[in-house]
Design a protein around this ligand. Sequence first.
Ligand code: GCO
Ligand code: MN
Length: 399
Amino acid sequence: MPIEPPDGKEPTMPASEENEKFAFGLWCLMNRGGDPFGEPVREAMSQVAAMEGLARRGYWGYEFHDNDLWPINAGPREIGKVVATLAKAMDRTGLRCASGTTNLFTHPVFKDGAFTSHDPKVRALAIAKAMRTIDAAAELGAENFIFWGGREGAEVDIAKSPVDGIRRYRDAICFLVQYILDNKYSMTVTVEPKPNEPRGDIYLPTVGSVLAFIATMPAKIGRRVGVNPEFAHVKMAGLNVVHEYGQALEAGKLFELHLNGQNPLRYDQDLSFGSDNPKEGLLLVHMLESNGFDGIIAFDAHPYRVEDNDGVWDFVERNIRNYRLFRDKARQIDADPRIAELLDQIGAASPSLVGRYSAAEAARIKAMKFDPDALATRRLPYERLDQVLTEILLGVNFK
Ligand code: GCO
Ligand code: MN
C-alpha cells in the first residue's frame, strides 16, 4: 500500500521522470529472510510476481543471477523455458532486463573461488557457466552484465598469491568480454568491488582497484568494461561513497550502480537506500544528477528480516521513493541562492590559471608572484554552507 501523506492531499512523492532507469535485483525480493543465524521468515515469491510488482511500482527494470531463475545443473531446454517465461512477463509488464550476472559463490564447488580457483576445472566450469548466463541475458535484452567475485579472494594468503589470483581473474573477464564481442552482444560489463564477505578478503575491494584492473586489459576489451560500485560495499570498507562513485564517473566507467544502505564497518547489511545516513544519500544523488548520470540505478538491498511478504512491497517502494526525494532535494540545493552565494564566495568554479603544458607555459607559471600568506586568508564559510544544506535536507526554512 502506498504511504499516504498525513493530510491525504499533498503529493509527497516526487514524480517519475522520462529517462530514469530504476531497477531491482530479483534476488532481493525473492530472498526469504534467512541469514547465517536464522531460518527463512517469508513465503517464497516467484520471479514473475516480483517482476509484476516492480513494474506496478514504477521500476524500469530487473536484474537476475542465473540461479535465481534456474538450478545450477539446468540444461539448455530448461534455461530456454525460463527465458521464454520471463520474456512473456516483460512483454506484459513493460519491465526491462537491466542486467544479468552469474552466481559463482553459492555452490560448494566455488568454495575457494571460481575464476581464481587453483583448480583449472573449476575455473573452466565458471567460464562455461558465465557464457550460458551471458547468452540468456542477451536474449532478454540485458543492457549490462555484472561480475561480482564474492568468492574470489582468500583467508590464507600463503595458499594463493594475489598475483596469480588477479591474473586468473583478468584472464577470465577478458575471455568473457571477447565472447560478448564475438557474439555481437551489445551489453556492457561491470565488475562490482567489495572488500570482504563472504571471503575474509575479496580481490578488487574498491572502485580504484577495479579501475586499475580494467587499465591492465587490452584496450579493445577494457573499453567494454566498467565498474559497478555498491553503497554498502563502500561503507563496509569505511570509505566515502560520494568519492568512490565520483571517481568511477569521472573515469567514464560508471556504467551502472547498486544502491542500498549500510552502517560502516559492519557485516553486509544491505539496508534500504536512504535508511541509514540521509545526508550521504542526498550528496551521492546530487553528485550523480549534477553530472548527468543516465545509466542504470539498481537497488541491491534486502527487506528487514521482520517483514512479511506485504512488507517486501513497502521496502520496494521506499528505495525508489528515497532516490526521487533526494533528487528533489538536490535540485532545491542547486536552486538555493544561499548555496549559490556561498559557493561563489568559496570560489568553487574559478577557472584555472595554468594552461596546457608547454615549456613557455611552465616558465610563465614558475615566474608568477604568489603571496601565500594573503592567499591563506581567504574566508571559507563551510560551516554555514553545510548548515544550509542540512536545513534544506531537514525541510527547515533557515533565516
Ligand atoms: C553482495 C553483492 C551481490 C551482487 C550480485 C550481483 O551480496 O554483496 O552485492 O548482491 O551485487 O551478486 O552481482
Ligand atoms: Mn550488489
